[in-house]
Design a protein around this ligand. Structure first.
Ligand code: FES
Length: 147
């Protein structure tokens, strides 16, 4: 029977002892290991006030929370088209908010007009992500008539 292992793989020699065998194995396999690159990504976990199960999606740097929601079929109103001209894309940032861009006066004004604004309220179109962010966002009920 033919082995798929290379001929030079260490074999256990009862006379050499287990620690020698383990060291030989470690040296052998370390030459064949492919370095694993650390790849991190930005993720957004969407939670829903209406009880839908949460969803987590990867976001590219430069995308807004609104972009990621819409690209993944998540209903989130956006009456002004994402230009900070309404309050319909209002969301709650439960985690990762400190990594987001500063809130502008204009965004704050529109948040004040949203339904049930809270201290962690943001407009999803203004929450542009960069790499290595982990956000948790709650989507409020979407049954209202936007303004
Ligand atoms: S879609 Fe209007 S402010 Fe975000």
């Amino acid at each position: 029977m033919r082995s798929s292992r290379p001929a030079s793989r260490p074999s256990f020699d009862a006379g050499a002892g287990e620690s020698t065998f383990a060291a030989a194995n470690a040296a052998y396999y370390s030459t064949f290991l492919i370095p694993v690159l650390s790849v991190s990504a930005t993720t957004i976990t969407f939670q829903f006030s209406d009880g839908q199960p949460a969803q987590t999606h990867v976001a590219a740097s430069g995308e807004s929370v609104l972009d990621v929601a819409l690209n993944n079929g998540i209903q989130l109103q956006h009456n002004c088209g994402g230009v900070c001209g309404c309050s319909t894309c209002h969301v709650y940032i439960n985690a990762g908010g400190d990594d987001l861009p500063e809130i502008s006066d204009k965004e704050e004004d529109f948040i004040d007009r949203a339904e049930n604004p809270r201290i962690n309220s943001r407009l999803a179109c203004q929450c542009v992500v960069e790499k290595d962010m982990q956000l948790v966002v709650t989507i409020p009920p979407q049954h209202f008539l936007g303004h």
